[in-house]
Design a protein around this ligand. Structure first.
Ligand code: NAD
Ligand code: UGA
Length: 422
């Protein structure tokens, strides 16, 4: 079993730390956020992530997981140091490596000889070399090991990955990193660092392309009177296409797909290739926010001026509390810009965000509303009392941007219903 330092205690870092300690390793996880570390030391997990708190507590109680403030405090005895810090979008669309470089600068002087530094953050091609330069250590190897977990199922995805990708020119370092995943069954792809870094961006860009494809297809279905759910079902049985990631909705969001698609466009541009296909994916996604706002406007009779709109769902998808680059927030701001009075509810969002102060329950936002917009696919929404909702609303009309609700059941209760592509 190995001694592992994990730098960054966010969605990826905390999951990595908790799961590696669950696999039997000794893990020290560091963050610069003192309040976050204080919470974690008490066994309190500051994010909504199924199964994570149980693993954190298991690690703390078993003495295999510790939390410290500051990367330098985690690194002195580390055989492996995982970088799990943010790589936000910079001004020109490229990924900003400032956090990666800062973390590398902090651990460089204190890492033991023969340590392996592992980039788990999503980083542009060439970043492995950047980290090597910043570390300035001949006796430390840098390896790329991108992460493919999804928020909301992070623990499950980490422990049951579709694949493990390791990018290194040093075969023995690659084997050492692979051995950390003892107990995890998955194909392991060992390649060079630029290929590993490209696999990560290409995977997210391809997923984004699937979502934009189905959203564009939904627009066609709307226009020709086809039902996109049946169309996608019929397509998905072709094993070359598959059923996954083809749900139409309000557009893709979150902390990664939007920034990573833009970063790959930038990487391609810098390398002399104009990735127009991916530009199209981004444009279709931007259009989708406007298409959903237009559906709400049409449902309200052509104008949103002074119209009360109830919104269910603010997170970028269900089963997370993350609102970063949430399509729901984009749509809320488009509605507000057009004069709508928006009242919103989300089971995981309690504080003010994006100009709205979320209500405490889904019914109160419907009081006097002329249109209800469902923007996040929380399962809870399907099981609400729609007789009560109809009674509360001034006019029972729903724009279901996730095709979540039972349309016939709503229509039986007198609702006018519009979905996406059906
Ligand atoms: P996050 O914002 O949730 O967490 C990052 C953490 O790093 C924060 O808590 C921050 O305080 C901390 N941090 C920043 N600088 C630090 C330093 N010098 N020392 C110690 N801690 C520091 O970010 P995230 O969602 O976990 O993403 C991290 C990286 O992983 C990004 O590159 C992202 O693209 C990638 N990624 C994210 C996901 C996801 O689902 N969120 C999945 C795969 C890959
Ligand atoms: C995504 C990838 O799925 C992960 O593999 C990757 O590790 C991660 O990004 C990352 O690099 O951070 P995540 O951001 O958690 O994971 O969210 P997804 O489940 O991929 O959803 C992204 C967006 O697409 C959401 O807004 C979601 O609602 C939307 N989506 C997804 C659809 O509209 N339709 C679909 O069929 C699937």
């Amino acid at each position: 079993m190995a001694e592992i330092a994990v730098i960054g205690a966010g969605y990826v870092g905390l999951t990595t730390a908790a799961c590696f300690s669950h696999l039997g390793h000794d893990v020290i996880c560091a963050d610069i956020d003192e309040a976050r570390i204080a919470q974690l030391v008490r066994g309190e997990v500051p994010i909504v992530e199924a199964g994570l708190e149980a693993l954190v507590r298991e690690g703390l109680e078993g003495g295999r997981l510790r939390f410290v403030v500051g990367a330098a405090n985690a690194a002195p005895s580390a055989e492996f140091a995982y970088l799990c810090v943010p790589t936000p979008q910079g001004d020109d669309g490229a990924a900003d490596l400032a956090y990666i470089e800062a973390a590398a600068r902090e651990i460089g002087p204190v890492l033991p000889s023969e340590a392996v530094v592992v980039n788990k953050s999503t980083v542009p091609v060439g970043s492995t070399r950047v980290v090597e330069r910043v570390l300035g250590r001949d006796d430390v190897v840098v390896v790329s090991n991108p992460e493919f977990l999804r928020e909301g199922s992070a623990v499950h995805d980490f422990l049951n990955p579709d694949r493990i990708v390791i990018g290194s020119d040093d075969q023995s370092a690659a084997v050492r990193v692979a051995s950390l995943y003892i107990g995890v069954t998955a194909p392991i792809i060992v390649t060079d660092p630029p290929s590993a870094e490209t696999i990560k961006y290409a995977s997210n860009a391809f997923l984004a392309a699937k979502v934009s494809f189905v959203n564009a297809l939904a627009a066609v279905c709307d226009a020709v009177g086809a039902d996109v759910k049946d169309v996608v079902l019929g397509m998905g049985y072709d094993t070359r296409i598959g059923h996954e990631f083809l749900k139409p909705g309000p557009g893709f969001g979150g902390s990664c797909l939007p920034k990573d698609t833009r970063a790959l466009v930038h990487i391609a541009d810098s390398a002399g290739y104009s990735f127009d296909l991916l530009r199209g994916v981004i444009t279709v996604n931007e259009d989708q926010f406007h298409r959903v706002a237009a559906k709400v406007r049409e449902m309200a009779g052509g104008s949103l001026e002074g119209v009360r709109v109830a919104v269910w769902g603010l997170t970028f998808k269900a089963r997370t509390d993350d609102t970063r680059e949430s399509p729901a927030l984009r749509i809320v701001s488009l509605l507000a810009e057009q004069g709508a009075e928006v009242q919103a509810y989300d089971p995981a969002v309690k504080g003010p965000i994006g100009g709205v102060v979320p209500a405490n329950d889904p019914y109160s936002v419907c009081d006097g509303a002329q249109v209800l917009a469902v923007l996040t696919e929380w399962d809870d929404f399907r099981w609400l009392d729609f007789d009560k909702v109809a009674g509360l609303m001034e006019t029972p009309r729903v724009v279901d941007a996730r095709n979540l609700l039972d349309r016939p059941a709503l229509e039986r209760r007198g609702f006018r219903y519009v979905g996406i592509g059906r």
